[in-house]
Design a protein around this ligand. Structure first.
Ligand SMILES: Nc1ncnc2c1ncn2[C@@H]1O[C@H](COP(=O)(O)OP(=O)(O)OP(=O)(O)O)[C@@H](O)[C@H]1O
Ligand SMILES: [Mg+2]
Length: 454
């Protein structure tokens, strides 16, 4: 016997279907058409897994879930929903449901979920315990001591091994991609691919063939068949970055992938089925774009089953010292330097800064100061705050349009152009150019190398 399963559903056909399907797979199955009956069975007998309808007369699935927990803490629960109502699924996950499936599920992936649920019950996973707020916590490649971040990490542990799609929101540089990777790493998909793709900045037709692949001859330049990323990621996780930038046509195609787990290659006629978990991210207000009619509402709800909103660094300043220490160590090792510390005044300057580029910006600041520092401690002189240095140049830029502006890109461009101008003015003399720019020659050399200036 592979496991004892209790099926709860008021729909007779569904009950019979599941019973036959699961018994054929070697599971021992009992069925109940009402929640109260199921609760009675549960107090009389041992079950490993409950598969229950979310919408039942008299008692709804969530209430049922709470009552189940009172009787048996350990039994896994899979909810079957008529349509994935994002909120309920999320609530259910919080109440400790293992996963949910939609009524018109694919048999194979359903059995897959059942098997995983039963496996997880047997081997209590390592690292399953919750992090305690107040401590410095390391999760994946991330460090924090912030309460909200710790809450998010604990939540990720709970939902990582489900099929629920996740939408990660947060300003640029807050760690969205690291969170996506951590979810993948904590799921049983971890041995399968994690495929990341940026939906912004790639022309629509190119992105379409990247995502879905194409067949030979479907457009000029399609010399061979090509497998898309969705297919490559099968069994794994697809990370769709800058999801807000997806064009209307591709939104429709993605909706189909999410709903039916199938798509066609560009120019192809065959339906390709995939088993993927979709994690998307954006630094835009997606809800506003939905209201403005720029992003499909149905797709938004499908992608946003589990929302994760990462706080900006200026709202978790207690993280600055531990991140600084972490990055000093990282770059001291990379540059073979003896630097171990930061002066308290330099740290204070950092704590006062607002970090529009968040953790990525902090990392760059530390990287540069480690590269430039000649003593064994980071001093304020070598902290280069991008913003303050380029305020004048920035004010010359046009206003920020609706599509926003990539701050880091603009700053890099400004830096590069000013260094090139200075070098030109003094016929390439580094000493003189450094003087013109009010920086040291070392600093100039370092920047030139980073920015590829010869
Ligand atoms: N909690 C953290 N601990 C340590 N390093 C972090 C943490 N969060 C982010 N980082 C660092 O910041 C960098 C940026 O993170 P990431 O690329 O995940 O941000 P993002 O939100 O995807 O940014 P963008 O919106 O610009 O794409 C990472 O490469 C990592 O080095
Ligand atoms: Mg990113």
């Amino acid at each position: 016997m592979r496991g004892h399963i209790l099926i709860v559903d008021d729909d007779r056909e569904m009950r019979d279907f599941l019973e036959i399907l699961l018994e054929k797979e070697g599971y021992k199955v009992k069925t109940a058409e009402r929640a109260d009956k199921a609760l009675r069975y549960l107090s009389q007998d041992e079950f490993d897994l409950i598969i229950t309808d979310l919408k039942m007369p008299k008692i709804d699935g969530l209430d049922f879930l709470r009552r189940v927990r009172e009787i048996n803490e350990k039994v896994r629960v899979i909810l079957v929903t008529a349509f994935a109502s994002a909120e309920t699924a999320y609530e259910a996950m919080k109440e400790g449901a293992f996963d949910y499936v939609e009524k018109h599920f694919e048999v194979d992936s359903f059995l897959d979920i059942v098997e995983r649920a039963l496996k997880q019950k047997k081997e209590k996973k390592e690292g399953d315990g919750a992090f305690t707020p107040g401590q410095v916590v390391k999760f994946g490649q991330m460090l924090t001591r912030n309460k909200e971040m710790i809450r998010i990490f604990n939540m990720i542990k709970k939902i990582a091994d489900t099929t629920a799609n996740v939408l990660i929101l947060g300003e640029s540089g807050t760690g969205k991609e690291l969170v996506a990777r951590a979810i993948h790493e904590h799921s049983s998909r971890k041995s399968r691919p994690f495929v990341a793709i940026n939906c912004g900045g790639i022309p629509e037709n190119l992105l379409e063939s990247e995502l879905f692949g194409h067949v030979k001859g479907s457009f000029t330049g399609a010399y061979t068949d090509k497998i898309g990323l969705m297919e490559l990621a099968s069994g794994g996780t697809v990370f769709l970055d800058e999801i807000s930038e997806l064009t209307p046509a591709l939104q429709v195609k993605l909706l189909r992938v999410v709903e039916e787990k199938s798509f066609r290659r560009v120019g192809g006629g065959e339906n390709i089925h995939v088993n993927i978990r979709i994690i998307s991210a954006t630094n835009r207000n997606l809800q506003e774009r939905v209201k403005a009619g720029k992003f499909r509402e149905d797709l938004y709800y499908r992608l946003n089953v589990i929302p994760i909103e990462l706080p900006p660094l200026r709202h978790r300043k207690e993280d600055i010292p531990i991140l600084v220490e972490h990055f000093i160590e990282k770059y001291a090792r990379a540059f073979s330097k003896e630097i171990r510390n930061i002066s308290s005044y330099a740290l204070e300057l950092l704590s006062q800064y607002s970090f529009p580029g968040n953790i990525r910006e902090l990392e760059h600041i530390i990287e540069r100061s480690v590269a430039l520092e000649t003593s064994n401690i980071i001093l304020p002189d070598n902290l280069i705050f991008d913003l303050t240095k380029s305020e004048d140049a920035l004010s010359k830029l046009d206003e920020i349009g609706d599509e926003g502006i990539n701050l880091n890109e603009v700053l890099t461009k400004i830096e590069k152009s000013l260094i090139e101008k200075a070098l030109k003015k003094v016929n390439g003399s580094r000493t003189k150019a450094a003087e013109l720019l009010h920086i040291t020659v070392d600093s100039l050399k370092y920047r030139m190398e980073k920015l590829n200036i010869t």
